[in-house]
Design a binder for this molecule. Structure first.
Ligand SMILES: Nc1ncnc2c1ncn2[C@@H]1O[C@H](COP(=O)(O)OP(=O)(O)OP(=O)(O)O)[C@@H](O)[C@H]1O
Ligand SMILES: [Mg+2]
Length: 189
């Protein structure tokens, strides 16, 4: 098994073993930190996944962003090409469970948006390093997307999810900022 795969599995095991109350506490801390970020405050359109249980909860973030008049765009995975199409949505009946048990916008009900019309993209990940490189779920969906994305990128993770260095492939792309329960880390370009 590749080193990335081993690291990914180890961290997934750790995260899934966290007691519910700790997960909730961490997610709340990450949310609060995110709201203080100028990147969040300035963004008019936010690209964000609708979280599954293993990810940091994004439901409150989506709600908060809407309260502040921001648009929410969420991705739908195109399995055949391993690409993602983002759609703006604002009602529960515009989303449904799709690829890999992830809630996604329904193309007929939500509004497609070009990735580069998203101001701030929250990039999910399982492990990050100090240079912003990440290990995701292994599909390469975000690496493909980031290759053409011109907006700002940010990831939420707890300190435990940050390591010194992650093995990099030529197609791996870093995020620009990490927000943990303790700090905001701007990655130098
Ligand atoms: N820009 C790209 N074009 C073509 N294939 C790519 C590209 N980026 C990644 N891939 C492919 O995607 C696969 C998975 O990549 P990787 O293991 O880095 O996933 P990941 O970063 O964990 O996933 P994700 O980006 O979905 O979070 C690799 O086998 C790689 O060949
Ligand atoms: Mg990658």
């Amino acid at each position: 098994m590749s080193e990335k795969k081993i690291l990914r599995q180890k961290m997934l095991k750790y995260l899934s073993g966290l007691p519910e109350h700790e997960k909730k506490e961490m997610a709340e801390k990450l949310q609060k930190k995110l709201y203080t970020s100028p990147l969040f405050q300035k963004a008019e359109t936010i690209g964000i996944t609708i979280s599954t249980d293993i990810e940091w909860n994004t439901y409150e973030i989506i709600e908060k962003a809407r309260e502040e008049g921001k648009k929410i765009a969420s991705p739908k995975c195109i399995v055949k090409t391993k690409e993602m199409q983002y759609y703006v949505w604002d009602q529960q009946d515009q989303i449904q469970v799709g690829y890999a048990g992830i809630k996604e916008p329904i193309p007929e009900k939500a509004t497609p948006i070009a990735a580069n019309d998203i101001d701030l993209l929250l990039v999910p990940g399982i492990i990050f390093d100090k240079s912003g490189y990440r290990i995701g779920y292994g599909g390469g969906y975000y690496d493909r997307m980031l290759a053409n994305y011109t907006g700002t990128t940010l990831s939420l993770c707890i300190e435990k999810q940050i390591v010194d260095q992650i093995p990099r492939e030529h197609y791996d792309l870093p995020v620009e900022q990490l927000i943990t329960e303790k700090r905001m880390i701007k990655i130098p370009k």
